[in-house]
Design a protein around this ligand. Sequence first.
Ligand SMILES: Nc1ncnc2c1ncn2[C@@H]1O[C@H](COP(=O)(O)OP(=O)(O)O)[C@@H](O)[C@H]1O
Ligand SMILES: [Mg+2]
Length: 230
Amino acid sequence: MIQLEGVSKSYKVGSEQITVLKDIDLCINQGDFMAIMGPSGSGKSTLMNIIGCLDKPSSGKYYLAEEDVSQYNDTQFAKVRNQSIGFVFQQFQLLPRLTALQNVELPMIYAGISRKERERRAQDALQKVELADRMHHLPNALSGGQKQRVAIARAIVNQPKLILADEPTGALDTKTSIAIMDIFSKLNAEGTTVVIVTHEPEIAALTKKIITVRDGEIVDSTSVEGGHSQ
Ligand SMILES: Nc1ncnc2c1ncn2[C@@H]1O[C@H](COP(=O)(O)OP(=O)(O)O)[C@@H](O)[C@H]1O
Ligand SMILES: [Mg+2]
C-alpha cells in the first residue's frame, strides 16, 4: 500500500543543512498495524508527515497505492490527504467553538458532502467510538480520552484506508491509552491500516509490528509476538 524508497529529508537551518531522514526504505501493507518508536528528535514526526502527504521528501520516492505521490502538486497532495488518510494527534486538534459532532463533520465539508449526509455519517462515526451521548458537547466539556475519541471519529469519517496517529496517547493516562488503542485495534481488524508513533513500549506492544527510528534511520523492525493479529 505504501512504499518509501531511499527517502531523505533535509532542512536548511541558517547556512547549515541538517538531514533529518536518511535513505529510508519502508513498506507498509494494507492491513498493517504498526508502531514507530525512537527517541525524541529521531525523525518520527517527519517520517509520519511524509507518509501522510503533509510534507515531501527532499529525495527518494514515495508510492501510495502504487502512485508516485512525490511528484504530486499541492492540489493533488491535499486531495489524497483528505480522501485517503485520517490523522490523529497528541493534542487532539479539535476546534474549541464547535461541538463534537461539528468537529467530526469538518472533513466532509471539505469533501463537499451535503449537510444531512454529513450529520448522519458524523453520528455513525461517534457511535463507533462510543461517544454518541456526548455529540453536542464542546471539547472543553470532554475529558482527554473523550476528546481523542472525537478526533478518531473525525479521522475515520471519510472512511480512509490509512490512519496515522502521532503520539495519540501521549497526553493520556494508562487506562485511557489502552482504551484508545483498543479502538485502533478494532479499526485495524476491520481492515484499516493503522500507523502510530509512540514513546511507550507498552503501547507499541499493542500493535503488530514495531519500527525503531534513530538519528533519521530505521534501525530495527520487529513483529510483535502474539500481537494483535486478528
Ligand atoms: N521544519 C524544520 N526545520 C528544521 N529542523 C526541523 C524541522 N522539523 C524538524 N526538524 C528537526 O528534525 C529532527 C527530527 O524531528 P521530528 O521528526 O519532529 O522528531 P521526533 O518526532 O522523533 O521527535 C529534530 O532535530 C528537529 O529539530
Ligand atoms: Mg514527534
